[in-house]
Design a protein around this ligand. Structure first.
Ligand code: GRF
Length: 193
């Protein structure tokens, strides 16, 4: 058995509640997983504070410092390569990854999306679900490919959508499940290294 830990990177842009769930879950019962680095494209993302509180290295990479998306992606790629990460988790990371990024880390990038994909990809998935009138929605952890929320599905959890729901109540119900599902999927992949 290898003594090397399974190295994780989490990419964030905002609140970081999924990041928090990942941190808590690793601290609780996954000593073989190391959250090596949290990278943000937003300087004041609350997610960065959450990571710092747990002694996790954080890096802000300023998109304004790069002439284009390719150059910005390259800066992130270099950081991830430096840390030799095994898996990259997007957790509310509000940027589309370019081809080079996806190809550099083929099958090693995962994302969580607040719908039962392939239904309602893209922005405002919960609002799309309410507007469509579906009776169930949920969340999906999937591999990231070059499309929008289109890569192979790893795990899903369904939640009911009630007649009295609005975007906010559905978002909350789905988010609770995201916080359970994302750490579970990460542990599943880490166990298969
Ligand atoms: C979550 O709803 C996730 O599904 C979506 O972005 C949101 C991020 O929330 N991709 P948080 O920053 O993890 O709290």
């Amino acid at each position: 058995m290898s003594l090397e830990k399974f190295k994780l990177a989490v990419l964030v842009s905002g609140r970081g509640s999924n990041l928090q769930a990942i941190i808590d879950s690793i601290e609780q019962d996954a000593p073989d997983i190391q959250l090596s680095i949290v990278i943000s494209n937003v300087k004041d993302a609350p997610a960065l504070k959450r990571a710092e509180k747990h002694g996790i290295e954080t890096v802000f990479i300023d998109p304004a410092a790069s002439p284009d998306r390719k150059a910005f992606d390259k800066a992130v790629i270099d950081k991830l390569k430096e840390r030799s990460v095994d898996l990259i988790c997007l957790a509310g990371y509000m940027r589309i990854l370019g081809r080079e990024f996806i190809q550099t880390f083929a099958n090693r990038i995962i994302n969580i999306h607040p719908s039962l994909l392939p239904a309602f990809p893209g922005l405002d998935a919960q609002k799309q679900a309410i507007d469509y009138g579906v009776k169930f929605s949920g969340c999906t952890v999937h591999f990231v490919d070059e499309g929008i929320d289109s890569g192979p599905i790893i795990m899903q959890t369904a939640v009911p959508v009630f007649d009295h729901d609005d975007e906010e109540s559905l978002t909350q119900r789905i988010l609770e499940q995201e916080h359970i599902l994302y750490p579970k999927a990460i542990k599943l992949i880490a166990g298969k290294k």
